[in-house]
Design a protein around this ligand. Structure first.
Ligand code: CMP
Length: 140
């Protein structure tokens, strides 16, 4: 079924000049870009976005990292988009992510892992709502 998912290119991905490369992979796969922007997360927004991780040992460093520079946010749509995109980005730890996945090809870290993608339909709806206003999502 047709799903929407939220993808972020994290500050390390933007800093390293990987924006085009990453967007290109999703386009070539056939996912439809319904929204796209660059933004710099505030601490409040970053904490809201990652609220499920509040209290975990890596939470503070995650927030520091995610607010350390601009990010790219996009809404991607397609058949089974949530699981398809999760497979394309690979597991959290870039050191263990298989080659061919985005993290496997571009990250050697569990925290600075280049991209984020929603892990369920519920997170997708919530995360899209945290980052985008309704009128920023284009009907095409
Ligand atoms: P992401 O998929 O965006 O979800 C939570 C993020 O926390 C994760 O990617 C990593 O960037 C970061 N992180 C840092 N340390 C850990 C850890 N030990 N386990 C999971 N996520 C971590």
């Amino acid at each position: 079924s047709i799903e929407r998912t939220l993808v972020l290119i994290k500050p390390d991905g933007v800093r390293r000049g990987l924006i085009g490369e990453i967007i290109s992979r999703f386009e070539r796969k056939g996912l439809k870009i319904k929204a796209l922007k660059m933004l710099w997360l505030t601490r409040d927004k970053a904490e809201e976005f990652y609220s499920v991780h509040r209290g975990k040992p890596f939470f503070e460093s995650l927030i520091e990292f995610m607010t350390s520079g601009p990010i790219i946010a996009m809404v991607l749509e397609g058949d089974m988009a949530i699981s398809v995109v999760r497979k394309m980005i690979g597991p959290t730890d870039g050191r263990e992510a298989p080659p061919g996945t985005i993290r496997g090809d571009y990250s050697l870290s569990k925290s600075q892992n280049v991209v984020h993608a929603s892990d369920s339909p519920e997170s997708a709806v919530r995360e899209i709502g945290v980052i985008f206003k309704d009128d920023e999502i284009i009907d095409w």
